[in-house]
Design a protein around this ligand. Structure first.
Ligand code: C2G
Length: 129
């Protein structure tokens, strides 16, 4: 079985995240999702409104997801790929080129983002409601 790995915060888990996972599972047999911890989000300069444990539970509840692991730092991707026998790291197109150094270990695929939705837009919409 072919294995894909993807990384993200998944704050306010939304259709863009689901569509990405869905398209990854059209290409690969298994999908591992690495969810950014609250501590790593601070390093990324992101503050999630949804606590890590809840973000993990929602991603895990998605039918396209086979396994969830924590993302603690920028530097773990190489070992994640090796430890989990990953065939491809797949990200949305806002990351195009950013993980190409992994190409020595596995395929690196960037898929188009889902237009019109983002955690940031959802937060703004809620405030405006
Ligand atoms: N995404 C998407 N379409 C959207 C919004 C997001 O396809 N409308 C994708 C992003 O391209 C990313 C994934 O969903 O691949 C998760 O997005 P975020 O939760 O915003 O993750 P991010 O903060 O970009 O973290 O080490 C990598 C980082 O952890 C990625």
């Amino acid at each position: 079985p072919t294995i894909a790995l993807t990384y993200g915060t998944y704050d306010l888990f939304h259709i863009g995240h689901v569509r990405l996972f869905e398209r990854i599972k059209q290409r690969y047999d298994r999908l591992i999702v690495a969810v950014s911890t609250d501590e790593f989000n601070a390093i990324k300069g992101k503050k999630a409104v949804v606590p890590y444990a809840d973000r993990v539970a929602m991603v895990r509840a998605c039918r396209y997801v086979d396994e969830v692991i924590p993302e603690n730092d920028w530097g773990q991707k190489e070992s994640d790929v090796l430890v989990h026998g990953v065939d491809a790291v797949v990200m949305g197109s806002d990351w195009t080129g950013r993980f190409d150094e992994l190409k020595s270990l596995c395929d690196v695929v960037y898929l188009p983002r889902t237009e019109g939705v983002s955690s940031t837009e959802l937060k703004a919409d809620v405030v405006a409601a």
